[in-house]
Design a protein around this ligand. Structure first.
Ligand SMILES: [Zn+2]
Length: 301
């Protein structure tokens, strides 16, 4: 026959542990403790009823406590997967060699009409923003230069991309001239520089496929704010017209894209790229482009 005191002891044991653990959780939240700190607070507070029950040697209290512990463990195990199932990072396992264009052996880059914004600076600023976004999505990012004014030869930039076996060699530039908008260039012909012919037909194919995924995603992200100037071949650039391809493309052994993010001498594009909001929109658009290339490359594997 159960005595009233036994039932009371059992219930006390059953509820006192979760209550103490809850108190520990609240203390942890008050001190903004996470991970180990949170569990240490919960565990420490939960120890009190256990010690109390052992000390009194009251069987009903101990039984209640034991059931409380078992139920708590079952609940924790049942609820844990809901927290563990975070969405996988979209760019985990994808590597980008990010190349802020200029200063190179051939050019310091273009400058806005008022002379206040250099291409090298814009390329550098966007590269920094894009690096943060890419890394947040799990991508491996290796830059071709470590500070804004660093001079890096175009051949060297490709060698950095090759050494890391980048899934994408992404080169950031700004154009000059009368036109406007964002355009993506890929090596559409082999070129020749320093006695070397390149890139390989396979790199030309993979670069073209990358451009076909990259540019539509970028343009869609920037629709209404900057013109879609389309996909173009390296051979349509000044240097590419002479050499067959850009020097960075000639030496690249991985898919190589050169993005002319805007026309810095165009008044609309200049205003867009000068503003922090424009730079942020550009970095997010380029991220969307890289995501599209990653999806396409994964499908082809
Ligand atoms: Zn440039």
């Amino acid at each position: 026959m159960l005595k009233r005191t036994d039932v009371a002891g059992f219930l006390q044991g059953l509820f006192v542990l979760p209550l103490c653990a809850l108190f520990g959780g609240l203390v942890a939240l008050l001190f903004k403790a996470h991970g180990f700190g949170l569990w240490a607070c919960v565990g420490f507070c939960a120890l009190f009823p256990i010690f109390g029950a052992v000390k009194t040697k009251q069987k009903s209290l101990l039984a209640g406590l034991l059931v409380g512990v078992i139920v708590s463990i079952i609940l924790l195990v049942a609820l844990a997967p809901a927290h563990a199932e975070e969405p996988p990072l979209p760019l985990r396992g994808f590597s980008v060699c990010l190349d802020p264009g200029h200063v190179s052996e051939t050019s310091a880059g273009t400058v806005s009409r008022d002379g206040r914004l250099t291409e090298a600076h814009v390329n550098w600023v966007i590269a920094q923003r894009l690096t943060r976004l890419l890394k947040a999505e799990g991508a491996t990012v290796v830059p071709t230069k470590l500070h804004e004014s660093q001079v890096v030869a175009n051949r060297r930039r490709a060698e950095i991309a090759n050494a890391m076996h980048a899934d994408l060699f992404l080169r950031l530039h700004c154009d000059s001239g009368e036109q406007s908008g964002i355009a993506t260039y890929y090596p559409d012909r082999q070129g020749r520089r320093f006695g070397v012919t390149g890139p390989s037909p396979e790199v030309m194919r993979s670069s073209r496929r990358a451009a076909q995924s990259f540019q539509p995603a970028v343009a869609a992200s920037l629709r209404g704010v900057i013109r879609d100037a389309g996909i173009k071949g390296d051979s349509q650039t000044g240097v590419g017209g002479k050499q067959g391809a850009l020097t960075g493309s000639i030496f690249s052994q991985v898919p190589a894209l050169t993005v002319e993010m805007c026309v810095l001498t165009n008044a609309h594009d200049y205003r867009f790229m000068k503003a922090a909001a424009g730079q942020d929109a550009m970095a997010h658009a380029l991220l969307a482009g890289v995501e599209a290339v990653a999806v396409q490359e994964r499908e082809e594997r």
